[in-house]
Write a protein that binds this ligand. Structure first.
Ligand code: SF4
Length: 187
């Protein structure tokens, strides 16, 4: 199985979720959020194909990582590959964050027609959901680009059948304020 990537996996990220993380940058996104700072990741033809087994091996060989983040693009546009990667991470004890332009509620609705969405959600610990909204843009909120985006405990949400937001991330990101770096814009 192959996954289309925007760029090679990145290790030691501290801005794509909690802890030291390996990021899988999937290529392809149809949300077309106005002001998206990653428009080069939208095309479903650009980027490059990589064997999922290679990605799994790279993740396995990464040292001192707290978890893996599926970002993009939007990993929900490559369900089979994202599911394979997420399930592998869980099997070796790595927590999984995922970024998506869909809301949790939209994904639950869509999962009624495509059960792989639910399977992928079951293999994700934390979901950063929702489109990037330019008028809600913030450099100060942790791990996201705009304030409408929620950081959701997926396992609790699936159990309670409603999105459970992790409120500890709803505070100012002093790292961003001090450094004011463009790198800290999340989508
Ligand atoms: S902000 Fe994220 S979800 Fe929106 S278009 Fe860009 S990559 Fe897609």
């Amino acid at each position: 199985m192959y996954v289309r990537l925007a760029r090679p996996i990145e290790r030691d990220s501290i801005v794509d979720g909690e802890g030291l993380r390996t990021v899988v940058w999937t290529q392809g996104c149809a949300h077309n959020c106005f002001g998206c700072h990653n428009p080069s990741t939208h095309s479903f033809k650009d980027g490059f194909l990589e064997d999922v087994e290679v990605i799994k091996q790279q993740i396995k060989n990464s040292y001192n990582q707290d978890g893996v983040t599926l970002s993009g693009g939007d990993p929900f546009f490559q369900l089979d590959a994202s599911l394979e990667i997420a399930a592998f991470c869980q099997s070796i004890g790595l927590n999984v964050w995922a970024y998506t332009g869909y809301t949790f509620d939209q994904l639950m609705l869509l999962s009624k027609r495509n059960e792989k969405i639910l399977e992928l959600l079951k293999n994700i610990d934390i979901l950063v959901d929702g489109r990037f909204v330019l008028t809600e843009r913030s450099l100060e909120w942790k791990f996201r680009g705009s304030k409408n985006q929620r950081i959701i405990d997926v396992k609790k949400s699936l159990k309670q059948n409603k999105p459970v937001v992790i409120t500890k991330y709803n505070k100012m990101n002093s790292y961003n304020i001090l450094n004011n770096r463009e790198k800290n814009i999340y989508v």
